[in-house]
Design a protein around this ligand. Structure first.
Ligand code: KIV
Length: 289
């Protein structure tokens, strides 16, 4: 099994599409890795899909490290990318300190939202692989809103320039979020590092989606670009309803789902308590050892 590294991600550009999903804990990472994801992003989207908050601004670096630690336990092959949360990279020094926490927790690269060129350069200089992120950068939603970016010529030009600067600063790949497909196509064709799209159309070098969105696990509103590959939320509710029905109706657990005591031991136990042993259970001895 080949472990995916940042240089492997770069080498995939032009050969085949790169595929990725977010994950936040041991089982989600385990399943994503089993399914052959090239990289797993421990995104600060966990503020919304795990903590139930309305945006990502409340996520702290310690929380990111906690979730990265769990994801690392479930991942063997995929590259693990840790998202640097809001205000965790306000200077190159802060960025190095905080990225260090994520790397020590198990991340193998970090993602930086926005054209923070000095920060990206400083991290790369310290040997930390960086994934860029431009377009709809949710950490800036108070200023730019939660809407598609780069629809006008001037803002498209701005994003195009940002992507080029991020490549020059040493990033090994770049997420393009919620931008028109024509702009994503132009950026993808001009960069030598891979572009990873989310709501950026079919021409990017790879795609990423949020785990809970693509599996139908998020009760909140999902963006229009998401394709739901399963409706696990509905399956979970149905399974829990069946469990509730069985418990209330005395159908769960059966003797087969209970541990059983050796009859002789039970007799001794009862004699100790009652001085005699008369009763027995129907089904006794059929349970699990
Ligand atoms: O936090 C996140 O999950 C992300 C992806 C949407 C790219 O940044």
């Amino acid at each position: 099994m080949e472990k995916i590294t940042p240089s492997k991600i770069v080498s995939l550009k032009g050969k085949r599409k790169i595929v990725s999903v977010t994950a936040y804990d041991y089982p989600s990472a385990y399943f994503a890795d089993q399914a052959g994801m090239d990289f797993i992003l421990v995104g600060d989207s966990l503020g919304m899909v795990i903590k139930g908050e309305e945006n990502t601004l409340g996520v702290r670096i310690e929380e990111m490290a906690y979730h990265i630690g769990a994801v690392a336990k479930g991942t063997k092959r995929a590259l693990i990318v840790g998202d640097m949360p809001f205000l965790s990279f306000i200077s190159p020094e802060e960025a190095i300190k905080n990225a260090g926490l994520l790397i020590r927790a198990g991340a193998e690269a970090v993602k930086i939202e926005g054209p923070r060129i000095e920060v990206i350069r400083a991290l790369v200089r310290e040997g930390i692989p960086v994934m860029g992120h431009v377009g709809l950068t949710p950490q800036h939603f108070l200023r730019i809103g939660f809407r598609t970016q780069g629809k006008k010529a001037a803002s498209a030009l701005e994003l195009y320039r940002q992507a080029k600067e991020i490549e020059r600063a040493g990033a090994f790949s770049i997420v393009l979020e919620s931008v028109p497909f024509q702009l994503a196509h132009k950026i993808t064709s001009e960069l030598s590092i891979p572009t990873i799209g989310i709501g950026a159309g079919p021409y990017c070098d790879g795609q990423i989606l949020v785990f809970h969105d693509l599996l139908g696990l998020y009760p909140g509103k999902k963006p229009s670009f998401v394709r739901e590959y399963a409706r696990l939320g509905e399956e979970i509710v149905e399974a829990l309803r069946l469990y509730s029905r069985d418990v209330k109706g005395g159908e769960y657990p059966s003797h087969h789902e209970a541990y059983s005591m050796d009859e002789e031991e039970y007799r001794k136990f009862m004699e100790e308590i009652n001085g005699s042993y008369k009763e027995n259970f129907s089904g006794q001895g059929e349970g699990m050892e």
